[in-house]
Design a protein around this ligand. Sequence first.
Ligand code: ADP
Length: 363
Amino acid sequence: MDSKAKVLSYRGGMYLLLAILIISFIGGFIIYRYSLLHHFVSEDYINEIIFYLIIGVATTATVIALILALRLTRNIRSLQRVAEAMENGTNIKTPEFANDELGDLSRHIIDLYSRLQQATIDVRREHNLALHEQQEKLRIKRQLTNNINHELKTPVAAIQGYLETLISNQDITPEERESFISKCYIHSQRLSQLLHDVSTITRLEDGSSRIECESVELRSIIDEIASDVALLPDDKRMRVNIDMAESMLVKGNSTLLMSIFKNLTDNAIAYSGGRDIFIRLIAQSDEEYTITFSDNGIGIDEEHLLHIFERFYRIDKGRSRKLGGTGLGLSIVKNSVLFHGGDISVRNRPQGGLEFKLTLPRA
Ligand code: ADP
């Protein structure tokens, strides 16, 4: 409800003035004619009455016109201040407008302007956000390129070093030759793993639309990984304990789903120092499966836990490289889960070991 006091509108004022003039004109005319006809009073007296009547009507009309004109001027001045503020783009302190036509119009204009100002602010904010996102993407890309360069340098330099020694050194023993060649081979494997991981990451980032999704039997992927682990030599083998439904259809890309569980398994074997891996289906809804992947190893210090999904983040660089790690494994895991529209988190289990909790969409 409008809390403002109702005042005489301009149109109302004009009608009132007109009414006063018409009534006084007709009234005056009737009095004049009637009095003269019936000789109530003398003509001089009538003239005097009419004179005062004219003065009275003129004064009332002038006062009403003055009030209307003053209010009009005040409203126009306020509107002018508002227009100046709009032109300068400064904040408008809404002045008090009377509850008349001009006041209504002014409030409408101010309301429209405020909405326009808010829309401009929103558009600018969105634009800045988009710009920031674009810059952030560029920064991440540049960082990735730098990191890749850095990571490539080490194995390439090592291979070059060994090959140079082999070429320039004739009296090298057959054992040394064999050792150098096998080191070259290990480094070339590292290179190929790095290229593979980088291509996965780039594929995930650049061309999500190029990655095809279908109905994938997740249980077969997990079983395949478990049988691979069972074939490993004793010192690398872990028990894979699976507590899942016999059939779990996920809407996704089988290569990426495989790389999620393969990376987690390889990490558990390489870093956890535990004996068991547990893969459990802990919840399911019509839309998704919630799965935990955990080990009973040493876990990760809380300070590192926040960063382990970052690219090239390793806790023990030397150990990771020695074990063939590229520092991209968990980043691939996270991006693959996100690609499927799922979510992933990590924590240290109270009873020891690391636990990843992830969701994947049901087919
Ligand atoms: P990397 O190529 O080094 O394996 P990841 O991104 O896969 O890179 O892993 C990042 C780091 O997280 C590893 O270097 C390792 O130190 C640590 N990590 C990963 N999984 C585990 C685990 N199950 N237990 C203990 N540490 C782990």
